[in-house]
Design a protein around this ligand. Structure first.
Ligand code: MRU
Length: 375
């Protein structure tokens, strides 16, 4: 990995980010993660030799973001199978590691079904493990392809909505290569716009409390050579009021059948601001993030995270996601209770468009979403 002190020269093309990869050293297969809790200061890899380590990595957000959670889930099942662990038990613990991103369960189910199909068809343990790995790799490829297609559809949509000049795009949380087998979701659209010379500025919300925008999106924007500016989440309102935002681009963790979008907490206030200021609010997500089995936004389970993520800063890395105290620097009086939902829900009427790999849905309606997913 790169020396954390190394400064990438402006004219150098940085190596693409690889958030996760499968390796087969002589000691046995492993899943290697770029530990996102250490970025941007340190590029450190986390080597998972078994599923409990991977589950902890998911819970502590060393690996995170909806599409990548799907890949982690699928590779996790393949890892359990290849290492001879109880595959059904591994699948269950992976699927339950975090509740909101629908992709996690989707990836787990795909690899698990491939494993069981192989067993049913007479495969031995190695053959069934290999079937699970093949499925994880297929999902990885599909995610990269979906990312490229979303980037193109999103770029075209922006050109249609904002025909003149360059755009100032506001984004929230982190949606680039760190969450994907490809260039990501919303960030992939910004990157395509940047390559086309139409990105004037990417406004990056810091994304309290875990700072995915500040730590991860700036890391990706800097590597892509974009013009970007970081803002604290509560500065977004004044930016809209000053007419400095041309469109909002965000990803999604789960899209309900009515088109309601669960995404990183802070997305809903941005949608309200965008509507008030007549700014397009665009969601970019693969169809694997659509959950037709969840009827509406209010039925989406929202992950509640420990209060110390709000009341402390700089907790030691690897602090378990369920601990009551994080061991970081206190930001609030000792014993303060914190409200810390990881996500909120944007109702469909506030979403201008949902960009998927299959095309753009606008206006956002349940019927339209069902049709898009049936294609
Ligand atoms: O809690 P996180 O960091 O996993 O949340 C991630 C987000 O909310 C992203 O915006 C979302 O997964 C969509 S990006 C592909």
């Amino acid at each position: 990995m790169a020396d954390p002190q190394t400064v990438i020269p402006e004219d150098a093309a940085p190596t693409p980010v690889r958030a996760l990869r499968w390796e087969e050293p002589p000691e046995g297969p492993v899943l290697v993660l770029l530990d996102q809790t250490r970025l941007p200061a340190h590029e450190v890899e986390l080597v998972c030799t078994d599923v409990p380590v991977l589950v902890e990595a998911i819970r502590t957000l060393a690996v995170r973001g909806a599409p990548l959670l799907g890949l982690a889930g699928a590779y996790g099942v393949a890892l359990a199978a290849a290492r001879g662990f109880d595959v059904d038990q591994a699948a269950e613990s992976l699927a339950q590691a975090r509740p909101t991103a629908v992709n996690l369960g989707y990836g787990v189910r795909r690899a698990l079904a491939a494993y069981h199909d192989a067993v049913k068809n007479g495969a031995d343990v190695a053959g069934a493990a290999s079937a699970a790995l093949t499925e994880a790799r297929a999902l990885h490829r599909e995610d990269a392809e979906a990312s490229a297609l979303m980037a193109e559809h999103g770029r075209a949509l922006l050109a249609e909505l904002l025909p003149a000049g360059g755009y100032r795009l506001l984004t929230h949380c982190n949606t680039g290569a760190l969450v994907s087998g490809g260039e990501g979701t919303a960030f992939a659209v910004a990157a395509a716009t940047h390559r086309n010379g139409r990105l004037r500025r990417l406004w990056v919300d810091e994304t309290r409390p875990l700072l995915q925008g500040a730590r991860l999106t700036t890391y990706e924007a800097a590597r892509a050579g974009m013009s970007y500016t970081l803002l604290s989440d509560n500065a977004a309102g004044s930016l809209f009021a000053a007419g400095e935002v041309d469109a909002v681009l965000i990803g999604a963790d789960r899209i309900a059948a009515d088109g309601a979008v669960a995404n990183k907490v802070g997305s809903y206030p941005l949608a309200v601001l965008a509507r008030y200021h007549h700014v397009p609010f665009i969601v970019v997500a693969p169809t694997s993030t659509v959950d037709l089995a969840t009827a509406e936004g209010s039925s989406i389970e929202i992950e509640q995270r420990p209060g110390h993520e709000v009341t402390e800063i700089g907790a030691p890395q690897g602090q378990t996601a369920v601990a009551e105290a994080g061991g970081g620097i206190l930001l609030a009086a000792l014993g303060t209770q914190a409200y810390n939902p990881a996500f909120d829900v944007v109702p469909p009427e506030l979403v201008t468009a949902i960009v998927t790999e299959r095309g753009v849905l606008s206006p956002v309606t349940g019927g339209g979403l069902r049709e898009l997913c049936a294609q």
